[in-house]
Design a binder for this molecule. Sequence first.
Ligand code: SF4
Length: 409
Amino acid sequence: MEEGKTYPFGILIEVAGAKLEPELEGVIERRIHAYCNYIEGFMHLNQRYDIWLRLSKKSYQKGLNSFQYIGKVLHRLFKSELPIIEKMQITFITDAEKVKELYPQALQIYEARDARARGLKDEEVDKFYGCILCQSFAPTHCCVITPQRYSNCGAISWFDARASANIDPKGPIFEIDRGELLDPVKGEYSGVNEAVKKRTLGEITRVWLYTAFGYPHTSCGCFEGVAFYIPEVDGFGIVHRGYKDVTVNGLAFSTLADSTAGGRQVDGFHGISIEYMRSPKFLQADGGYKRVVWMPKEVKERVKNFIPAELVDKIATEEDAKTIDELKAFLKARGHPVVERWKEEVVAVPEAVPAEAEAGEAAPAMVPTITAATLPITAGGYKIVLKDAKIYAKRVIIKTVKGEKPEKR
Ligand code: SF4
């Protein structure tokens, strides 16, 4: 492999042991993420089919120049942390043709695994599970895994988490007594609040599982997709990690992921798995699919059967709308339910915005407000980060300035 190049890649791990169950497959697979990151200078990001690995030049120069070493580390960590694995074999696949052949097989296995976990409801169990595997990247992140809210990475179902907590009770995946149901719509449970507070050392004290506002579930960095609020249409866009173009609001996945990640609760920026999009609890408190206005065609195809039939054609893809104006026109033409919300706002407060709002005044009720713990703005080769900013604006106009070079200061 040459420095600076990108290669298709696969890791195949085969395990044997008298007490091993097929349902542990997802648990063992996810540990690859944690154990690879124990290796100095070796980075493993994301999950399942979305994985990105990098090796630092320094570690390579020090001698980490063969998969043999990585295999040895994985072998030792797996055997010592999960003693029920009696034998194991690790194969690194660097042959592009072989990766191409195995990739669809892996997708089929993931689909079958996800399908097994569907059907059970959050109200039917008294235990949820927490996962802090990603705290090495986001120290205040704790996933709460319920039957109807799949982990953000899309790699651990409630069943996988249960199996993991059973074989390794002191490990990174642990049981949560869900406690009292405080809010069935937003998805607030007393036991979840307590567990998350403890595992984030008091940083996160409340979690609402089925909303992107208020106290949303935190996001680490391994989420499969981001649900992002689009204030101009009062709806949500969804984008997955593999989407290479900019989304309908002009921002790419990487910029939206920056605004979402880091173990924070950011209003309107929400890390999600694709499987959560198949759940009846998906953004339940925000209106579910009645509030979703845009997503890449690829994602839509994957979740189509789980979108209410009357809404499928009302949700735009990149083929229907590339800008907010095109999106507005599309939603109006198709009669998307969010259009009703626009009317409601106009009728409720027709003259709510005063002609001249003084600087420093409290924001009028209907002025669009952006609140973000960290709001990155990328322009002219610079990134401006507004931390803990609240912005009130009557109108924001962003224009490309041609031929003007930024001054050096
Ligand atoms: S995204 Fe959540 S469930 Fe997945 S490994 Fe990270 S902390 Fe665990």
